[in-house]
Design a protein around this ligand. Structure first.
Ligand SMILES: [Zn+2]
Length: 208
């Protein structure tokens, strides 16, 4: 069974401060002004559950359509951490190429997420890169992977400088630690810096 770990697109959804808000406007309404119903969407490339490409923090580098599709789909390890202590990473299998960190439960569903979320310290990101040299994607159940207090986006920089995709805005509240198959494919937004995704997990029997 596939488990949906995306958040809903809706007007009250949590939005990063200063980012465009989500809006769906009916353009054609079946039985009223057309034979069909059709909406115009307004949203950012980082609205809701989404992926960051290197272009997001390093202009002129890789965009969504430059990244290998394998980054977004395949075996994945979910690590449930209470805090971002490096000790927690002892449970992360070194062969995991896709890693999701559960640190905030369902907080990304909450419009007040910014007040109390746990972002990933750069030391923790550096340790993942060190012990999992083949990692392709790192995700988190927060609307940003960066700690709130950081003026320099160090954790973003550490991952994106190595073309490691960042997956943000996950709801991992119903997911327990272990191996899964992940599917979190971006839209084919040519040469753009990020994309909303529909992210889902399916439990694997045993290890990879
Ligand atoms: Zn982002």
């Amino acid at each position: 069974m596939w488990l949906d770990i995306s958040i809903d697109f809706q007007p009250a959804m949590p939005i990063y401060p200063g980012d465009p808000v989500f809006k769906a406007t009916a353009v054609k309404i079946g039985d009223l002004n057309s034979r069909v119903t059709l909406h115009q969407l307004e949203l950012g490339t980082h609205t809701g559950t989404h992926v960051d490409a290197p272009e997001h923090v390093f202009p002129g580098t890789k965009t969504i359509t430059d990244l290998p599709i394998e980054a977004f789909i395949g075996p994945c390890f979910v690590l449930d951490v209470k805090t971002f202590s490096l000790n927690e990473l002892k449970r992360l299998p070194p062969k995991a190429e896709r890693v999701l960190i559960k640190a905030n439960n369902n907080l990304p569903e909450n419009s007040s997420w910014l007040e109390s979320y746990q972002g990933m310290p750069p030391e923790f990101a550096a340790q993942i890169i060190k012990q999992n040299p083949l990692v392709l994607l790192v995700g988190i159940d927060a609307m940003s992977i960066e700690e709130k207090s950081r003026s320099v986006l160090e954790t973003h920089q550490l991952f994106l400088a190595r073309d490691i995709v960042i997956l943000e805005g996950l709801n991992l509240s119903k997911i327990v630690e272990g191996w899964y198959d992940l599917s979190a494919l971006p839209l084919k937004l040519k040469n753009l810096d990020g994309s909303p995704v529909r992210a889902m997990l399916k439990k694997r029997d045993g290890e990879v």
